[in-house]
Write a protein that binds this ligand. Structure first.
Ligand code: NAD
Ligand code: DAU
Length: 334
């Protein structure tokens, strides 16, 4: 089987390519990636001999049409993925997440190719801290940020192409991922690499916001489960019951690194900051039989800290520019 992975040089896409190369020797893997600031060829070095890498943009109609014509399956990870960036400049998010997804949908429609769409729980908006509810496949869309509204748009485009043109598609909406190869702009790697270089962690607002953490490997086994067994036209929520508030995450990183757990700062809050995400993944577990392997967040976090400690050459080149971007966006200690 031939598979085209978009965004395979990014965090989750690279881990997906690693998993596939390791577990599915019969699959020919092509990666299409524009290598934006978030893409890194080094993340694919361990599997370089197993893949064909194409440096290109998912909005390039001719290129996408040619690659899709030559594949049996498209798994679409490529996106502008960071909420804070979308607040500063929404246009790359509209370009990649909306125009790029439409470009892929037109190509899979033309060539009748199976398509799996990677999306986020952020399309559902947020929940109150004390709300017993969790997101399900039937929760109404209510995105808050430019990032999440472009992801919601992309999901709706997939649904329209499925219904109107019979595109053979599935969609998954996953919660917050952590693990190796995540860009240092994101919360967990930002704090780990800060602590490793003597910088105090930075908590937005009061640090009370809750995210539903899942290890990236569990996200990717769920994606394969949906590709293998999911019903066409359906949406599946992916989550591993990992709700933790941001302050607890920072305190745990500090403890695991041998620091006092109060060694952090509060900084300016994110505008429109979603309070809480929580996933009910019953459908994926009961209908398709998926279960996560990383049930203990603390040990998953410890392994992630070890990975960043051992792979400084992977993240160090991005660290200063990332922190400069936060500073120029107006972040300040409270
Ligand atoms: P990332 O930012 O780490 O990687 C994105 C990749 O897409 C990069 O390699 C980048 O170069 C590539 N890319 C961007 N624009 C492109 C374009 N126009 N053409 C081709 N390639 C382009 O993102 P990630 O965190 O790995 O997220 C991957 C997907 O998973 C996204 O669709 C995101 O919305 C979704 N998702 C992420 C999380 C999370 O916690 N990170 C959770 C749920 C869903
Ligand atoms: O829920 C899935 C989403 O998770 C994905 O769709 C996004 O692509 C991914 O980036 C992530 O979005 P978040 O905005 O939740 O992730 P981020 O890592 O930016 O922030 C996680 C939480 O930590 C959030 O409440 C903001 C907070 N935060 C973040 C940073 C960078 C801090 O308190 N301090 C920080 O320095």
């Amino acid at each position: 089987m031939r598979m085209l992975v978009t965004g395979g040089a990014g965090f989750i896409g690279a881990n997906f390519v690693h998993l596939t190369a390791r577990t599915r020797p019969d699959i020919e893997i092509t990666v299409l990636d524009a290598l934006t600031y978030a893409g890194n060829r080094a993340s694919l070095e361990p599997v370089a001999d197993r893949i064909t890498f194409v440096h290109g943009d998912i909005t390039d109609t001719a290129l996408v049409d040619r690659l899709v014509a030559d594949t049996d399956l498209v798994v679409h990870f490529a996106a502008e993925s960071h909420n804070d960036n979308s607040l500063g400049d929404p246009w790359p998010f509209v370009h990649t997440n909306i125009v790029g997804t439409t470009t892929l949908l037109q190509a899979v429609r033309t060539h009748d190719v199976r398509y799996h769409h990677i999306s986020t729980d952020e399309v559902y908006g947020d929940l109150e801290l004390d709300d017993p509810a969790r997101f399900t496949e039937n929760t109404p869309y209510n995105p808050s940020s430019p990032y999440s509204s472009t992801k919601a748009s992309s999901d709706l485009l997939v649904r329209a192409w499925t219904r109107s043109f019979g595109v053979r598609a599935t969609i998954s909406n996953c919660s917050n991922n952590y693990g190796p190869y995540q860009h240092v702009e994101k919360f967990i790697p930002r704090q780990i690499t800060g602590v490793l270089t003597g910088v105090r962690p930075k908590l937005y607002g009061a640090g009370l916001n809750v995210r539903d953490w899942i290890h990236v490997e569990d996200h990717n086994t769920a994606v394969w489960t949906i590709i293998d067994k999911g019903a066409l036209g359906q949406t599946y929520l992916i989550g591993a019951d990992g709700e933790v508030d941001n302050r607890t995450v920072v305190e745990t990183i500090l403890e695991l690194c041998g620091h006092d757990k109060s060694d952090f700062d509060f900084v300016t809050d994110r505008p429109g900051h979603d309070l809480r995400y929580a996933i009910d993944s019953t459908r994926l577990r009961t209908e398709l039989g998926w279960t996560p392997r990383y049930s203990d967040f603390r040990s998953g976090l410890a392994a992630t800290i070890d990975w960043y400690r051992d792979n400084e050459s992977w993240w160090a080149p991005q660290k200063a520019a990332t922190e400069a971007a936060y500073a120029s966006a107006g972040e300040r200690t409270l």
